[in-house]
Design a protein around this ligand. Structure first.
Ligand code: SF4
Length: 102
């Protein structure tokens, strides 16, 4: 699927002001976010074992069933908060969060 073209003036924030957060209990690696993000922030890959530790029982079952393939954050600092990934995720696994000051 070709990526949608987004003009810069439709972006809602400066790069890095907000960032996507993925609910690991919900993500099933369906790649809607990968398809729509104009900035290449997501990739599908294997969730590292350390990130599986805090999952609830549903998340562990889903993860096992899907071979632990989930959306991973590749370049989170480039997020422009357009919200397309939030709308595209069929599992409602993505939200945008204000970045904490370092
Ligand atoms: S909000 Fe927009 S720029 Fe940020 S990760 Fe989602 S699709 Fe990409």
């Amino acid at each position: 699927m070709p990526k949608p073209v987004i003009e810069p003036n439709t972006c809602k924030a400066e790069p890095g002001a907000l960032r996507p957060v993925i609910d690991r209990n919900r993500c099933e690696g369906k790649a809607g976010c990968v398809a729509v993000c104009p900035y290449g922030i997501f990739a599908i890959g294997t969730l590292p074992p350390a990130e599986r530790a805090g999952l609830n029982w549903k998340g562990r079952i889903k993860g096992t069933f899907h071979g632990w393939q989930q959306a991973l954050l590749v370049d989170v600092d480039a997020c422009r908060a357009c919200g397309m990934c939030v709308a595209a995720c069929p599992e409602h696994a993505i939200r945008l969060e204000k970045r904490q000051a370092a």
